[in-house]
Ligand binder design. Structure first.
Ligand SMILES: Nc1ncnc2c1ncn2[C@@H]1O[C@H](COP(=O)(O)OP(=O)(O)OP(=O)(O)O)[C@@H](O)[C@H]1O
Ligand SMILES: [Mg+2]
Length: 362
């Protein structure tokens, strides 16, 4: 047996100790939680890459604070739906759909006068931030418009900056930075000590996992790697976790980065994919125009020159192969739309390494 206590290796596990997030906890406490207790409502948006501890930090705070209500926006179409759900959770079943905001907030007012202030956490709120400005307006200004003592903590991976509108009022922004390899090491050392039989996971393995995960700063990825590697070793009936267990775990978590998929691409296609990866290293999606410019840079390094139409064709091919995905965004108030490219199921840092490794061999 290597795994003696599986819970701490689950990514939804909220640890007793949250490392390196004391400052974030203090900020949330002082900007939202403390004021809320004395009837002052504030709103905050937490953002940062996957695995930077956004959800766990809020869940950690929920342990000592019963006024915090947690919802995941992915379960709802819009803010109104979500608030209807909150109302029924608090014991007022919503008998019919299509309540107005003023109905919703007056119900919330009576619930709040009964049970006290509410701090509403909306996790995975990127969709709402992009698409529900009416909902956000009502939510963020609920105190002025409806006299509702409701503070909101929004959590999103993307920076909310480009979606924020002035009419929302003052909103505190709190960015969660990526973890360094050393920080990840501290976090997974703690998890390993809780979950694994002593002596089954050498420090060198924790170091290896931290280095891989440090490339994109995600504690989530590191914990998943540790979990999968541990089970892999158990499956092999080994007494300890070895490097190859970690390597297998990486390919398990990222089945799409198999060499075989990349090996179907020629040099130009790899250069375009590499350009996309570079652009996505600090954002969730990129537009085609930026890709064109980046291809010019990356292409220079590898002696590849591509016309705009060729780049478009390659992007379509990569989409067809499910290596990249795209969405449309309407730009400004004109009716034109632009295409946004993203890669969602592979860490782009790992993909970049693979591509840089492959190109010279072609
Ligand atoms: N500072 C930390 N100390 C200990 N564990 C942490 C820390 N940060 C994150 N973790 C652990 O890493 C995993 C992922 O963290 P969490 O789910 O909070 O990230 P997230 O920022 O919400 O990611 P996502 O955007 O993908 O939802 C969890 O198991 C969490 O307990
Ligand atoms: Mg989260």
């Amino acid at each position: 047996m290597i795994v003696v206590n599986p819970a701490p290796l689950d990514t939804s596990y909220v640890p007793e100790k949250l490392f390196f997030r004391d400052d974030k906890i203090a900020t949330i406490q002082s900007t939202v939680i403390d004021p809320s207790a004395s009837g002052i409502t504030n709103n905050i948006i937490i953002h940062g890459d996957s695995g930077t501890g956004k959800t766990s930090t809020v869940k950690f705070l929920m342990r000592d604070n019963k006024s915090i209500i947690y919802e995941n926006a992915l379960s709802f179409r819009n803010v109104k739906n979500l608030l209807e759900h909150v109302i029924s959770r608090l014991g007022r079943p919503v008998s019919y759909r299509g309540l107005s905001y003023s109905d919703i907030f007056s119900t919330l007012n009576s619930l709040i006068s009964f049970r006290g202030n509410i701090i509403l956490v909306i996790d995975e709120a990127t969709g709402i931030l992009k698409g529900d400005s009416t909902g956000l307006y009502n939510l963020f200004r609920a105190s002025e418009i409806y006299g509702t003592e409701l503070s909101t903590i929004l959590i999103s991976m993307e920076s909310p900056f480009m979606y924020m509108e002035r009419k929302y009022g003052t909103i505190v922004e709190l960015k969660f930075n990526k973890y360094s390899s050393d920080e990840i090491n501290r976090i997974i050392t703690d998890r390993a000590s809780m979950a694994l039989d002593p002596g089954t996971c050498p420090d060198s393995i924790l170091q290896y996992i931290s280095e891989i995960s440090g490339q994109f700063g995600s504690a989530r990825f590191a914990i998943e790697l540790l979990q999968k590697a541990a089970y892999m070793a158990e499956y092999r009936l080994s007494k300890t976790i070895e490097n190859d267990d970690v390597r297998s775990a990486v390919s398990l978590i990222n089945p799409y980065i198999t060499e075989s998929k990349l090996s179907l691409l020629d040099k130009s296609e790899l250069v375009v994919l590499l350009a996309i990866c570079s652009l996505l290293s600090d954002s969730l999606s990129v537009d085609v125009h930026s890709i064109e410019k980046e291809v010019e840079l990356e292409g220079e390094e590898y002696g590849v020159e591509l016309k705009r139409t060729e780049i478009y064709k390659i992007i379509r091919k990569l989409e067809g192969m499910d290596i990249i995905s795209s969405s449309l965004r309407s730009s400004g108030n004109r009716s034109s739309v632009s295409k946004l490219i993203s890669i969602n199921d592979v860490p782009v840092s790992i993909l970049s390494i693979k591509i840089r490794d492959l190109i010279p061999r072609l």
